[in-house]
Design a protein around this ligand. Sequence first.
Ligand code: HEC
Length: 116
Amino acid sequence: MPNYSTPSAPRGSARFLLLAVPAVILMLGGCASSSKATVGSADTPQAFKSNCISCHGTDLQGRMGATTNLTKVGKRMTKEQIATQIKQGGGGMPAFSGKLSDAQIEELAAWLSAKK
Ligand code: HEC
């Protein structure tokens, strides 16, 4: 799925943005307006709540189809593969290497790789 991440891709990326943008706006609105952060379960890392829920959902169930379901991601991917996916993105997912610290990526990869 090469076209999703290029801004110039006409149909695919427009549809993608239609799905992603409202979710991001909702999420930002939630963050700004309250301190009662009740998304996700208690063990959900803050970095996931702030960056990933819009596409992967509060319970990792995925909000953009089967490929975004992370409930059993530790069965398919090693911690290293997950860290690479977070850093580089791909397949419609943005890269987070400039956005999250190495420690945050490490925490997310460790947490997700335990989801089996
Ligand atoms: C804009 C939507 C979006 C955001 C935000 C996003 N992802 Fe993704 N993510 C995707 C999509 C779409 C895929 C499927 C990619 C593919 O099919 O190759 C994916 C795939 C993944 C995968 C691989 C799953 C698999 O089975 O191949 C992991 C791990 C992952 N994301 C973790 C994260 C984490 C952690 C964050 C937050 C730091 C995050 N994602 C933020 C859209 C997103």
